[in-house]
Ligand binder design. Structure first.
Ligand SMILES: *Cc1c(COP(=O)(O)O)cnc(C)c1O
Length: 433
């Protein structure tokens, strides 16, 4: 597998380089030069395979002989001890539950795979790395859990004090060992600015091998394609075109679905479902891309005004507007519509959806209403467990959502964080000391 920058096709990198560098020097995004196809036999027999068997086949196809197959198998076994099951709401509506990993959001798939494959390369090189990550909520929890206790890896997470939910904060601050949480008296943007400055600081880079675990790392995108194949395997027997509805913010998740399609997964159509941060749905209608400052909503993991994977999404479609429009339809929803959808899904199907999933459900129903009835089987990606958003969800459904023991135990654990101001000198002194 060879990758190159979206800004300059001559700026090449091996997978290992792209993994540890995250971004090419010209600030583009890494894309695979060539996207190989899975075999017809694989698609024909996919319904008989487990998640990890599917992950292995897709990885072997992508990595070719860059990584020995037996090593890829070990990387996958270490990463995934959880599945991505589909639940049928009715004959034409399924949810793909992506919240059965340690932090109970889909970001576990990317974080666990990235941690596992980084460890694999570090075992061989005997290097030590220091991961810095700024989080507004869900990414930090998945990265903390994913890299917890791995040898040769130190993790420092920066989060804005008072601006993440209780459960999210506990996911960052209760692990200890190689994971340290810095609680900043500032905003998410302040956290991100400090991380960016650290990557540019000569002294820090001489002393440490700094790495980033943000969502534009290609190693987070690849494993997210696995569950599109897994979903297809579970709904394939219905014999209808599969429509995937993807609740979206930075558009990494949808890009991974398009990667799966490019590798040969039969996909009928994609829905890009957003909250009021609707730059991509507007782009899909008008052809004009106008990033804006983000606005706060109840589906806060999708509050993104300038999606970091937009360039990648377009590139997968050859930067042709008509090509992307033929495959992706955008819909956006207000918080009121989202709350009503949570209530409606609970009443109609006795199923509790998180706010992000509810946005995806609305997009799926809107698209299916443009088709003849029964023309497709819809799969809405359920991106987080509803108990991560109790304040919103309980009010909408009118009863208390059961909290899984994994999250309940967390709330009783003591928080350990290091309070910090937003000056770079403070942060740097901390890292050096
Ligand atoms: C991160 C996140 C999203 C958005 O995913 P993107 O890949 O950024 O589009 C949606 N829902 C939840 C719960 C998330 O944590």
């Amino acid at each position: 597998m060879i990758l190159s920058s979206t800004k300059n096709g001559n700026l090449k990198a091996s997978f290992e380089e792209a993994l540890f560098r995250s971004l090419p020097a010209d600030n583009g995004l890494y894309m695979p030069d060539y996207i190989p196809k899975v075999s017809n036999v694989f698609i024909d027999t996919i319904q008989d395979r487990t998640f990890n068997e599917i992950a292995l086949e897709v990885s072997k196809t992508l990595f070719g002989d860059t990584i020995p197959a037996s090593d890829i198998a070990k990387v996958i076994e270490r990463a995934f001890d959880f599945d991505a099951p589909t639940v049928a709401l009715d004959d034409h509506t399924h949810v793909l539950e992506l919240f059965h990993g340690p932090s109970m959001a889909f970001k576990d798939f990317g974080a666990r795979f990235m941690a596992s494959i980084m460890s694999y390369f570090l075992e061989k090189s005997q290097k030590e790395i220091h991961i810095l990550v700024a989080t507004s909520g869900d990414t930090g929890g998945a990265v903390a859990q994913g890299f917890f206790n791995l040898p040769n890896i130190k993790v420092t997470i920066l989060y804005p004090s008072g601006k993440v939910s209780d459960i999210q904060e506990k996911q960052l601050t209760t692990l200890g060992h190689n994971v340290t949480a810095l609680e900043l008296s500032g905003t998410f943007d302040d956290c991100q600015a400090l991380v960016k400055q650290a990557f540019l600081d000569q002294e820090l880079n001489q002393k440490f091998n700094l790495a980033s675990a943000n969502s534009i790392n290609i190693a987070r995108l690849i494993p997210q394609s696995f569950y599109y194949f897994r979903a297809y395997a579970q709904v394939k027997e219905r014999g209808l075109p599969v429509v995937f509805s993807v609740p979206s913010g930075n558009f990494g998740n949808l890009s991974a679905g398009v990667l799966a399609q490019r590798m040969g997964l039969p996909v009928g159509h994609f829905i890009a479902a957003t909250n009021q941060n609707d730059v991509v749905p507007r782009y899909l209608t008008s052809g004009n891309y106008e990033p804006l400052p983000s606005v706060e909503t109840i589906s806060n993991a999708m509050d993104v005004g300038s999606p970091s994977n937009f360039v990648r999404l377009n590139r997968f479609f050859g930067d042709e507007l008509t090509n992307i429009q033929a495959n992706v339809t955008g819909y956006s929803y207000t918080d009121t519509q989202t709350r009503n959808a949570i209530q409606q899904i609970a009443q109609k199907y006795a199923y509790v959806a998180c706010p992000h999933t509810a946005v995806g459900y609305l997009g799926l129903k809107a698209f299916q209403s443009t088709q003849q009835p029964g023309q497709s089987v819809g799969v809405c990606l359920a991106t987080a467990h509803p108990a991560k958003f109790l304040n919103v969800v309980d009010k909408a459904v009118g009863y208390s959502t059961p909290v899984p023991s994994r999250l309940k135990e967390l709330l009783d654990k003591p928080k350990k964080s290091i309070p910090m101001d937003t000056h770079f000198s403070t942060f740097k002194a901390y890292l050096l000391g």
